[in-house]
Write a protein that binds this ligand. Structure first.
Ligand code: TRP
Length: 434
């Protein structure tokens, strides 16, 4: 359940719908599902397996497993990159997660009741235009993350998550039910599931791949760190399949809830990161009991983001902990630096919206610092980390050792992670660098 808590987050409800909208729908969704099955799931199994064998922080685990396989301890580099990846993600994730809080307040105040799409857009635009507000909520969210990470309440939050996840799921079902009444449900189904491959670019394939890692919390130490806590008698493969299924289910439900509303209100599917924050208030506003459902939804989204963000800090905190730094100091120190970096994301949304440091390269045209953090982590660092992980378990580790962890699933998993996943990753890289 902790792994589900890490996996299900803003990636499913905020990011999946908006990148699907930006990348043309159906074909993108299909590629994303293929990436989950062929690359994401096998890599998750590999990470959890490594974590359980190593039993340490991701950096410590990689060094130790590589050492015990008679390989260079330089493989710890995979753990270092993963820790750094999670850290960069945390810096901007906190800013986005912060948005849920003013939305909770607005929902409680009944501001969504009967709201039109235009007003909702203006409300969201007002939030983005205010660095002060963004900074405030970013700070609160980072504080919450550090609080849990520093110790004490961790188990409490995990127990809460096991109750809140099903609630989030039910609420999404209610939203899908509402979406069916808009008269645009069929259109949304077509958009999400009827692939138009002429709309698919090499870049979109890379985005789909990157999102498969992001949404499953891979190549960033989270699953490796949690693997270290997994008991010996639990099936790694079965656990991973459950996590991947739940995560994918939540994302698809979010898509089914949001796109009918987008089409019914003449909104733009490719509107970008604000998509759900503009569309959902409109939907809630037309439902009976709007303030109740809207409040509940944004509270649940906040918790989903919270249970994800603590797993981002976990790689770093567990590593520093091994090096003798106390959990409290590690969490506060790490959180503080991530908070500082996060301020550049806050500013990317307003004052620095025109600051595109790598704009001279065509690939990065128009990308703000926030866009670059997202691009660098999801589209470069995570696929690279996953490739190295696949090469390590597929070629450097004795198959008998991974088989001892995975049992009968090993026969299916091994050829996939040894050949199929690396080849698929290399193909995507090739077409993007070309
Ligand atoms: N999977 C989370 C989501 O979809 C994001 C996430 C949680 C994550 N932990 C992570 C991403 C660690 C990268 C690394 O919202």
């Amino acid at each position: 359940m902790a792994a589900v808590g890490s996996a299900v987050g803003l990636g499913n409800i905020w990011k999946f719908p908006y990148i699907t909208g930006e990348n043309g729908g159906g074909a993108f969704v299909l590629v994303y599902l293929a990436c989950i099955a062929v690359i994401g799931l096998p890599i998750m199994v590999a990470e959890v397996m490594l974590g359980r064998r190593g039993g340490k922080s991701p950096i410590g685990t990689m060094a130790m497993v590589a050492g015990s396989e008679g390989r260079s301890r330089g493989w710890a580099g995979v753990g270092i990159m993963a820790t750094l990846t999670a850290f960069i993600i945390l810096s901007f994730y906190s800013v986005i997660a912060g948005w849920t809080m003013p939305y909770i307040l607005a929902a409680v105040g009944g501001e969504f009741s009967g709201i039109a799409a235009e007003e909702s857009g203006a409300l969201f635009g007002g939030l983005l235009a205010s660095p002060g507000q963004l900074l405030l909520w970013h700070s609160v969210f980072m504080g919450l993350t550090v609080l849990v990470s520093a110790g004490g309440v961790r188990h409490g939050l995990e127990r809460a998550v096991t109750k809140l996840m099903p609630a989030l799921f039910v609420l999404l079902l209610i939203l899908v039910g509402y979406a069916m009444t808009t008269g645009h449900f069929g259109e949304a189904i077509g958009f999400l599931f009827r692939p138009d491959f002429s709309a698919l670019t090499a870049e979109a394939v890379l985005v789909a791949l990157g999102h498969a890692f992001f949404t499953l919390s891979l190549a960033s130490g989270a699953m490796m760190a949690y693997g270290a806590y997994l008991k010996k008698d639990v099936s790694i493969a079965r656990t991973s399949v459950v996590v991947a299924f739940m995560d994918t289910g939540v994302a698809l439900l979010a898509g089914l809830a949001i796109f009918p509303i987008v089409f019914a209100n003449g909104l733009e599917p490719g509107a970008g990161p604000g998509l759900i924050f503009v569309t959902l208030p409109v939907a809630f506003g037309q439902m009976p009991g709007s303030s109740f459902f809207a409040t509940l939804f944004f509270v649940l989204l906040l918790f989903a983001a919270w249970s994800s963000s603590i797993s981002m800090l976990e790689s770093l905190v567990s590593y520093l902990n091994e090096k003798g730094v106390s959990r409290v100091k590690a969490a506060v120190g790490g959180g503080l630096v991530a908070w500082l970096v996060g301020i550049t994301t806050v500013l990317s949304l307003n004052e620095w919206a025109g600051f595109t440091p790598l704009g001279m390269f065509e690939r990065f045209e128009g990308k703000t610092l926030f866009d670059l953090y997202d691009y660098l982590t999801a589209n470069i660092m995570m696929p690279l980390g996953a490739l190295l992980t696949a090469l390590f378990v597929g070629w450097k580790m004795k198959p008998a050792h991974s088989a001892a962890e995975l049992g009968s699933w090993h026969r299916v998993w091994y050829p996939v992670v040894r050949y199929l996943s690396p080849i698929a990753l290399l193909i995507v890289f090739y077409f993007n660098l070309k």
